[in-house]
Design a protein around this ligand. Sequence first.
Ligand SMILES: [Zn+2]
Length: 246
Amino acid sequence: MVRLRLILVFGLVSSSALFAPSDDILPASSTPELIVTHAEPPDYPPALHGDPRVEVRVSVEITPDGHVGAGRAETGSTFLTPYAEAAASRWTFNSTPDGPTREALITFIFAGVEEVVGPGGVVVSFDNPLTMRLRYTLSLIRWLPRTDGVLPDKRCPVHDELMRVDLIPIVYGLALMSTNKPSRRQAREAQAYFEARESLFPNTNQQFGGGCMVGVAKQAEVQYCESCRKAEEQWLAAHPDARRFL
Ligand SMILES: [Zn+2]
């Protein structure tokens, strides 16, 4: 039934007012042609809501200059509706100077979320000009940003060394704190470690905190300095008490 309706929508869009005719909608024969000139996907963050598989249909009024004057979701889900309505409001259509207000039904098909190793994003395809199919991809790896597809070189300011690239595990949640109050000596060791890290080995980048919200990404791409990692090892060998806090 849903499928049939979509086909009907597509077939009718250029020739007729589609829904609940109102006074200012012209009869089918005189409704001007409707051509999509810009279509935008919803700016929807799938990681926040799991894997939706739902259709959201947004009924829109199109002004003579081709912009969406008003839009309202007819079906959908509570959390997807605002994203679909916002996207539909940014669609544009051919202009019909001195023409009437036109109506259309834009359908967004949220076709699921896939986990991929490559970059995440949204893959958009069209079942017809007014039906946009969206497949979201979430990356299992948190990639560093690239410039024109290239990871910019980075140098360690302490060792003047070109940094290498590594994939390290992402640790979600708050750092586990010991319930025992640290002794003064232990606190001093920890403080000494953080000071040493800042000045002697700032670019070890062996741990990646993912925050409290557990995400899809399991690993993070990082740039690190080989000499920083060696310097940290040496420092920890000389300060065995500090290692216990790390
Ligand atoms: Zn370094």
